[in-house]
Design a protein around this ligand. Structure first.
Ligand code: MRU
Length: 377
């Protein structure tokens, strides 16, 4: 990913000191590009909980590095015990994105049999780095596989721009690099395909207007911001060729939890016979779950609905009230799109039907590992 022409990842170990991890404070975008140093696991926990970092892949990568920071600061004699505690704390930061618990458990499993504190620290860093590198690599592969879907539509449209609708931010800001939903878009752009993206605003946190629009502008991709309710209208008028969104947690049967409002886009797409694809690295699969209704949905503070924060004319960031004092607001962070509404899952191993046996076949090894570890529900 490039920010004003400079190469970045969304998380990296400081080149000046291996004991601090750098992130971009996404609450400040698109108005300010601010990086923040995480020095301990508490800072990693706060960064996830307060959404300085967000998006399934980046939450997982931050959790991985958070475990490394916990190992660095832990007492030598109690290091494994302290890591267990740190893992439980990190897991409690946000409930829906699968990658959080997955990354914590991966670091814990990697260090479990080690007996020296230095080996544990070394392995925790190596594992966190692998999690981040894999996330970037898997998203790059999602781009390789997904671009063919866009190319097919472009060919049918004989060079007219392909109009893609996306919800929230499943771009490189939500992962370590490339993004999931955006990876096929960037890969198709690199093939010379003419593209245009409709960006849902994504109330209340406005990941679409604040982050996806900024990210697409950095990439030079033509895009238009729309309200969350506009998608159905655009679809009825032939202005959307396909929908690509991300996933925070995917059941082994292909149900997908993603940012609140995704389900309504899937319903509108089905009604208008528009392909609805979900792009996801396999780290979002929850192999234990067969029913999307069992996915825990994050409920955030109602203040995110009743107020809004933005840049004033004076260049300061301020919050203003939108709703009457004392109003009750229910802020559901995610919803579940049932597999029957999903045209296909774009994964690092290829495009697969949102259906248990097809997913199980493509990811036989991962399903088997999960079954031997936890069984399934
Ligand atoms: O609350 P967020 O910003 O962490 O939620 C992120 C999303 O739901 C995105 O839509 C994205 O698709 C998932 S990131 C893999």
């Amino acid at each position: 990913m490039k920010v004003d022409g400079t190469d970045y990842r969304t998380i990296w170990v400081s080149p000046d000191s291996e004991s601090s991890v750098e992130i971009i404070d996404q609450r400040q975008l698109p108005h300010r590009f601010v990086t923040v140093s995480l020095e301990d696991v508490d800072a990693a926990y706060r960064a996830i909980k307060d959404m300085l970092v967000r998006g399934a892949g980046l939450i997982g990568a931050t959790a991985g590095y958070g475990m490394y920071l916990a190992a660095l600061r832990a007492d030598d004699k109690r290091i494994l015990e302290e890591l267990e505690k740190a893992g439980s704390r990190l897991k409690s930061a946000r409930p829906t994105a699968r990658n959080l618990g997955w990354a914590v458990d991966r670091v814990l499993a990697a260090v479990a049999q080690l007996d020296s504190a230095s080996a544990i620290r070394h392995t925790a860093l190596a594992t966190a780095t692998t999690i981040a590198d894999e996330d970037a690599d898997f998203c790059r592969m999602i781009g390789e596989h997904g671009r063919s879907l866009i190319a097919t539509i472009a060919a049918a449209k004989q060079g007219q721009p392909v109009n893609i609708l996306t919800h929230c931010n499943a771009g490189w800001l939500a992962f370590v690099d490339y993004g999931s939903a955006t990876a096929p878009i960037y890969a198709a752009r690199d093939m010379g395909i003419d593209l245009h993206v409709w960006v849902d605003e994504t109330r209340p946190w406005n990941q679409g207007s604040r982050l996806t629009c900024w990210e697409l502008a950095q990439e030079g991709i033509s895009h238009t911001l729309i309200t969350d309710n506009a998608g159905g209208h655009l679809m009825q008028h032939g202005k959307v060729d396909m929908v690509i969104v991300g996933s925070d947690r995917t059941t082994r049967t292909g149900d997908v939890a993603n940012k609140i409002g995704t389900y309504l886009k899937a319903l509108a797409a089905a009604d208008n016979e528009i392909p609805f694809y979900v792009a996801l690295p396999s780290s979002t699969f929850d192999w234990q779950l067969a029913h999307g209704t069992d996915i825990e949905i994050e409920i955030r503070s109602g203040d995110e609905i009743t107020t809004i924060t933005g840049l004033t004319k004076n260049g300061t960031m301020e919050s203003v009230k939108l709703a009457p004092d004392g109003v009750e607001a229910a802020n559901y962070g995610f919803d579940v799109t049932p597999a029957r509404l999903v045209s296909g899952l774009i994964t690092e191993r290829g495009i697969v039907a949102a259906e248990e046996s097809a997913i199980g076949k493509l990811f036989e090894d991962k399903l088997r590992d999960a079954r031997s570890l936890h069984g399934t529900r």
